[in-house]
Design a protein around this ligand. Structure first.
Ligand code: GLA
Length: 721
């Protein structure tokens, strides 16, 4: 085995190494894991953090020199003297939430084990795992803390499992996947709040003593707050300064918290939101937590993003299965609910002529679904629309020369549906109480095995053998009145998490049942845009906002934590822009931020626009490699000014794609864009204009002037000569 993870028995010390970082855990008295160091690889560790404080209780065997309240802890539990927020609280048979987990052993392995029922990062040949086993003698619980090291992306994944080894039941009331105590607090916090249509607007604030909470209680990770966040040196720039990044591989209610304490140390916690969670463990039962990921760099927030992009691409996202990402034509903004077989066959014919690879039939094709009032849950084709059946229609579409994809929203039910009439108890609801609707729909109890059986059987009947190439899986409301008819009263705290486990179970079924079909996730746009969905899909619909000016802000924010390859983007005709050359070009350059698609009525386009789209797709094929898989550099922030400029670079610096997107008019001024990814010793030629520049010039700054206009795109594609 390599020295990625080592244990020194004499020092009672674990060292976890990635290509550029070192993470050190010390066992205090051989019993309590302390966070000793996380930062750049060093030979000599700084002294351990140590302070005394009045009012900080101490275990009597150690005396006042050691308090859980002032140490940097690896995994603090509730009630044993640490007054900060805990990583874990377990209620034992005596009703107290106090535990005192003590180290009892460890294991270092090559590779990693899957996490049962949950998504997790796939290992590569150099991945190693440390498991530390801890025991609480009073509750009889055994806690396994897991650290999976991905050396080449500088990422460590953290999770735990908790086994009830006692004779009685215990209740897990809080279990964070990750705790990181850092011996300083002079940080800026960057995080991604938002709302429907305005997801992931990057926001920065300085930390100070107290807690800052980022969470979701909506049943999914949500439009409103992303699980991604980062801490960076105050005043750190995009490309310099120390920074830590965090994220959670989970799609349900999460809590991320940053707490600065009396000693100006910082505690980072992230995991399932304890506000909507408790989990009963009968004797012998085990709970497995989702995985959290963290990265460290001294190269600023830009490198945090690049580490996470690479990590998500290599270890989380499901490959799309096709040779390259299909350019899709999605019917939603073209037809909305007016699905009609002949019309869509025409769409397919036009799409093929434009160079589009796949027609995606959106909402409105099934049951009585002619608007959003009815039909969700009835997953069979509407025979009025498809008299010869779905299979015959798909064959007609494919005969035009495109692949075929279909929209589904498996987790939902309209009260006006055959499913609801047959099984009114299958939706989340509390007996005797109102069932609140949102978009006229209720939420199925995905934790109920009968619901999953129904969905699998019904989808299988409708879709097997039809030759579908793609699913767009939507989720168009959030959860409330959460109670499950399949759980006893003392397990209702499990309903939210069991819902997410059910979603993963069904997503896994789709992955297995239709192995050749690509999956795109969606939730009213980007409402479940998280790392937990990624192992089941290749891309996620970023936002229902297709207005390109607003989109720049959503896309720029999303790229803080998530790779371009997952950021599904469409050129739409929203605001009727396609006939306007400048606006059309702008919309396309924005939509080339991630996998490109179109969402408009292709039968209504002029020949000139059709020619433009053909050229756009051809140029996308030249750019897709660098955009989807290259390294991304933010140059300006569209939330802070008139321009969104960024650069993608191939890792060997052989090619650089620079995009300069002017959102709104301004008094012309010069932007000096430093392309630090350029090779200083190389000469580059721009593919578009023939301009010759040296790599050093690009690094020193490439000057671009803004204009007195809006929605203007300028792009350069520099190729090393
Ligand atoms: C959500 C999606 C849209 C579209 C509609 C259909 O809003 O984000 O792209 O699929 O549902 O109802």
């Amino acid at each position: 085995m390599s020295d990625t993870i080592t244990y020194s028995a004499s020092e009672k010390r674990f060292c976890l190494r990635t290509d550029s970082t070192l993470y050190v855990i010390d066992l205090y008295d051989g019993k309590y894991p302390l966070q000793r160091y996380y930062g750049p690889a060093v030979d000599t560790l700084p002294d351990a953090f140590h302070v005394y404080r009045a009012f900080s209780p101490y275990p009597t065997e150690y005396g006042p020199g050691f308090s859980f309240d002032t140490i940097l802890s690896e995994y603090p539990t509730f009630g044993n003297g640490d007054m900060r927020h805990e990583a874990m609280r377990v209620k034992g048979p005596d009703g107290s939430g106090v535990t005192d987990f003590v180290f009892i052993g460890f294991k270092i392995d090559a590779g990693r084990e899957p996490i049962p029922g949950l998504p997790y990062a796939r290992p590569d040949a150099d991945t190693e795992t440390l498991e530390m086993h801890m025991e609480d003698p009073v509750t009889g619980c055994v806690l396994t803390l897991r650290y999976v090291v991905f050396p080449h992306e500088d990422v460590i994944a953290r999770s735990y499992s908790l086994r009830n080894a006692s004779g009685g039941s215990v209740v897990l009331e809080n279990g964070m996947s990750l705790c990181l105590d850092i011996p300083r607090a002079d940080f800026d916090l960057t995080y991604l709040p938002g709302t429907y249509g305005s997801e992931r607007f990057n926001t920065k604030r300085p930390l100070s003593q107290g807690c800052f909470l980022m969470d979701s209680r909506r049943g999914s990770s949500s439009h409103h707050m992303s699980p991604f966040f980062a801490l960076s040196d105050r005043g750190a720039s995009e490309e310099s300064g120390r920074a830590y990044g965090f994220n959670l591989v989970y799609s349900g209610n999460f809590r991320s918290m940053v707490e600065v304490d009396q000693n100006q140390t910082t505690r980072v916690l992230t995991g399932i939101n304890p506000d909507t969670f408790s989990w009963k463990l009968a004797p012998g039962e085990v709970f497995h937590a989702p995985e959290a990921v963290m990265t460290y760099t001294d190269k600023g927030l830009g490198q945090v993003s690049r580490n996470f992009h690479r990590f998500a691409n290599r270890h989380l996202a499901r490959p799309c299965g096709f040779e390259r990402r299909p350019v899709v034509l999605n019917t939603w903004e073209g037809t909305f609910f007016n699905i009609n077989e002949d019309r869509l066959v025409k769409y397919a014919k036009e799409a093929a002529a434009l160079g589009i690879d796949m027609l995606v039939m959106d909402d409105g094709w099934f049951g009585t679904r002619r608007n959003d009032l009815a039909g969700l849950g009835d997953w069979w084709e509407c025979r009025d629309l498809f008299p010869d059946g779905l299979g015959a229609f798909v064959s007609r579409v494919k005969a035009q020369g495109v692949r075929f994809g279909i929209w589904i929203e498996p987790e939902m039910v309209n009260p006006d549906s055959d499913l609801y009439r047959a099984h009114p108890d299958w939706c989340l609801h509390v007996p005797g109480r109102r069932r609140s609707e949102s978009r006229n729909q209720l939420v199925l109890d995905m934790g109920n095995p009968d619901v999953l059986d129904y969905l699998k059987t019904t989808f299988s009947k409708t879709f097997d053998g039809v030759g579908l190439d793609y699913f767009k899986w939507d989720m168009n409301r959030h959860l409330c009145e959460v109670w499950s008819s399949s759980l006893p009263a003392d397990r209702q705290g499990e309903a939210y998490h069991r819902y997410v486990l059910g979603v993963y179970d069904l997503a896994d079924w789709f992955r297995t049942q239709y192995p050749d079909a690509m999956i795109e996730m969606c939730s009213g746009g980007g409402g479940r845009y998280d790392l937990g969905m990624l192992p089941y899909c290749s891309q996620i619909w970023t936002s229902d906002t297709t207005d390109a000016v607003h989109r720049t802000k959503i896309q720029s924010g999303s790229l803080y934590g998530y790779p371009a390859s997952m950021m599904s983007c469409h050129v739409s005709n929203h605001y009727n822009v396609v006939e306007d050359e400048q606006r059309m070009e702008f919309r396309w350059r924005v939509a080339m931020g991630g996998p490109l698609g179109y969402e408009l009525d292709p039968t209504s386009l002029s020949d000139k626009v059709k020619e433009t789209i053909r050229a756009q797709i051809a140029e996308w094929r030249n750019c897709e490699q660098i955009v989807l898989w290259g390294d991304y550099y933010r140059l300006t922030d569209p939330l802070a000014g008139a321009v969104y400029a960024y650069c993608h670079a191939l890792p060997d610096a052989g090619e650089l794609y620079l995009n300069f997107l002017q959102l709104v008019p301004e008094e012309p001024k010069t932007y000096v864009l430093k392309l630090i990814a350029a090779d200083p010793d190389a000469v580059y030629k721009d593919r578009y204009t023939g301009l010759i520049v040296t790599g050093q010039q690009l690094r020193d700054g490439f000057a671009v002037r803004s204009e007195r206009t809006d929605q203007l795109a300028k792009a350069w594609y520099f190729v090393r000569q």
